[in-house]
Design a binder for this molecule. Structure first.
Ligand SMILES: Cc1cc2nc3c(=O)[nH]c(=O)nc-3n(C[C@H](O)[C@H](O)[C@H](O)COP(=O)(O)OP(=O)(O)OC[C@H]3O[C@@H](n4cnc5c(N)ncnc54)[C@H](O)[C@@H]3O)c2cc1C
Length: 302
């Protein structure tokens, strides 16, 4: 990590709220559901499908988790009313998994019942490694009851190939819906790849394993080189169109995914929104060297 990167990363939590909000603007749709739906409509008009995410994590109590559920249900209802091709994606600790696994199951179960009635699926996201076991157990329990539930798996974790091998058996003719990511959390080197090349190689191998098992893979990346390697594999192996799409983050390398769309590749855009935008935006800014440089220089000038 270069000196600017280190400096800017360290100063991110100190940036005053209004400035941070401005910097965050490119990564989030806004603070309200209405703004997020407007963003999804706009993307759909351009040919992109969508993912709706209410920002937040680590909720501390049942009332807060139930309020999150209510917001997600309303989001799904509005997606259906407006004829959008989008699904909702939820962090387990936003449903209080870290404190009460039964409550988290109950809330996902309720959301899945609501969404399947609307013809929509739901995705269980993956957070940092202390939550991995509980998230996988939660997913297995949900998958036993609902077909329309998907999962996120993180290629950087050494355990991931074994977790793929242990995925619940899909019903005959069915398939798992897996979003493959590199993993946003900087995990310790005892349990995870930490360098770009091994992470990329693991991602590619794990996608191939999932396809070989007949599963659907949402290739969630902005890594052009890795994406092309995967597309070569898709073409070589005649992997059918219904077994993959690309998933990308709002505000990150838009010209790249615009070009994917032009080439006829299916692209789904992750649209985060809500008042809890700060932690998410800091994670995104940490990954953007140019923006970080500007932040560091700005802090010097101040
Ligand atoms: C739809 C979606 C959902 C996700 N869900 C999860 C999840 O549930 N759990 C989880 O751990 N992770 C999740 N992630 C994040 C993921 O793990 C990676 O951290 C993130 O996608 C960056 O990795 P990359 O594959 O794009 O490759 P990188 O090598 O990180 O990036 C590839 C290229 O994109 C550029 N880039 C990346 N981020 C930015 C940025 N913010 N601004 C400007 N340029 C940027 C890089 O500079 C590089 O050139 C998700 C990602 C996506 C796209």
């Amino acid at each position: 990590m270069g000196i600017f990167h280190q400096l800017a990363t360290a100063t991110l939590p100190l940036i005053p709220r209004p400035i941070m909000r401005k910097l965050a603007g490119r990564y989030i749709a806004g603070e309200t559901l209405e703004q997020a739906l407007g963003c999804l409509e706009n993307l759909q008009a351009q040919g992109f499908t969508g993912i709706l995410d209410l920002l937040g994590e680590d909720v501390q109590g049942e009332a807060e988790a139930r309020a999150v559920l209510a917001e997600y249900k309303e989001g799904a209802t509005q997606i259906a009313k407006r004829g959008l091709d989008a699904y909702v994606s939820v962090k387990p600790t936003h449903f209080c998994l870290q404190k009460d696994a039964n409550l988290a199951f109950e809330l996902y179960d309720d959301l899945l019942t609501h969404c399947s009635g609307l013809g929509q699926r739901v995705r269980v996201e993956m957070e940092d490694h202390p939550t991995t076991d509980d998230t996988l157990a939660l997913f297995a329990k949900l998958r036993a009851k609902h077909i329309g539930v998907g999962l996120v798996l993180q290629a950087r974790l050494f355990r991931n190939p074994a977790d793929i091998a242990a995925l619940p058996e899909p019903e005959p003719g069915g398939r798992m819906d897996i979003r493959m990511v590199k993993g946003i959390y900087l995990e310790p080197e005892e349990i995870a790849h930490t360098k770009p090349d091994p992470i990329r190689a693991a991602f590619i191998e794990q996608c191939k394993t999932l396809w070989a098992g007949g599963h659907f893979v949402a290739i969630a990346t902005h890594d052009e080189v890795m994406a092309e390697t995967l597309m070569e594999h898709v073409e070589r192996e005649n992997i059918p169109r219904e077994l993959y799409d690309f998933e990308v983050l709002l505000g990150v390398r838009e010209s790249l995914w615009q070009s994917w769309l032009k080439q006829g590749r299916p692209v789904r855009v992750y649209v985060p929104y809500g008042p809890e935008w700060r932690a998410y935006s800091q994670r995104r800014l940490r990954k953007n060297p140019e923006m970080l440089k500007a932040v560091a220089m700005g802090m010097f000038r101040r």
